[in-house]
Design a protein around this ligand. Sequence first.
Ligand code: SF4
Length: 375
Amino acid sequence: MAARASRNLLPLSRSLATVAEAPVVARPTFRDGDVRTNWRRSEIQKIFDAPLLDTIFRAANVHRMHHDPSRVQLCTLMNIKTGGCTEDCKYCSQSSSYKTSTKASRLVDIEPVLEAARTAKANGSTRFCMGAAWRDLAGKKSGFEKILKMVSEVRGMGMEVCTTLGMLSPDQARRLKEAGLSAYNHNLDTSREFYPEVITTRSYDERISTIEAVRAAGISVCSGGILGLGEQDEDRVGLIHEVSRLTEHPESFPVNTLVPIPGTPLEDNKPVGVHTVLRTVATARIVLPKTIIRLAAGRHTFSETEQAMAFMAGANAIFTGETMLTTPCSGWDEDKSMLGRWGLRGQRSFEDHEVDGHVPEVESAVQAKRQEAVA
Ligand code: SF4
């Protein structure tokens, strides 16, 4: 036994030499503000679980590296085709699987959409989003042509244009891009594991395929989630992890909170607490440093101070207008007054668009602040 053990032992001098000669594998080091697509889920969970004010402080610093913290983008969402959707999203009043008060209607005409976009622009919104309640564009040839026209007309007003039209093929994405579409919304909603608890008529990977088609067509991706579906913190982290590992981070990450709709399976869900919203916003800001974090459905349920905390945590866009799809929304006047009280203002259209990976306005502002600090 002793002889066998001694055969396995290297002489001490040789063993030290082996250690000394072993190639040193440099561990990558990352700093806050770096754009990474290699986040580990455990790293994100650690950020999410840290004391909330520490996470918000860290997020506020990251926010200032890539964005002008005094600017908040105002965007308005219009439903261009309501109800009668064949998908079974358990939170949605527009699914034909549930009996809700939402009545199905046909795709709206072009002129009312343009009128709504003009009103939104006159009130300070710089992004106009159009949503249609359906699974995809299959069999909707003339409807699609109408939507392409809406896109090019709204884009012609100098606004950013976003649509959310369900699943897209690469060819449909290309045509939307040619019409002038700036962004496409396609939420992943929650973590991959929890997704089948909420929707059974499509898969997570189908969502990702559409996101990839959108990205490949050169359209910005808007993809986020909904809090309050019955998910756990791990699912909120799972969602952020999933979008952080896309080929590129989404340009926009909407954070919705469930507005329970009578008649849907989630009608009795308890509202999600503001601390969970703030944790999610701050974590998303740290993990997705350049992304616009968009406070979406359910914002009207939070007080002004709670919303201001979300801006501190890195949120920098809000939906504003009369309604948000089928749920209530804070109005323009109310929102502009609120932003004014906190020293915030609306963002100009395309203001944060990058030139060769840089955001000139933000970088020059950061540079000026550094020089001030040195002086
Ligand atoms: S969320 Fe969209 S896809 Fe899901 S049921 Fe509602 S309208 Fe249809």
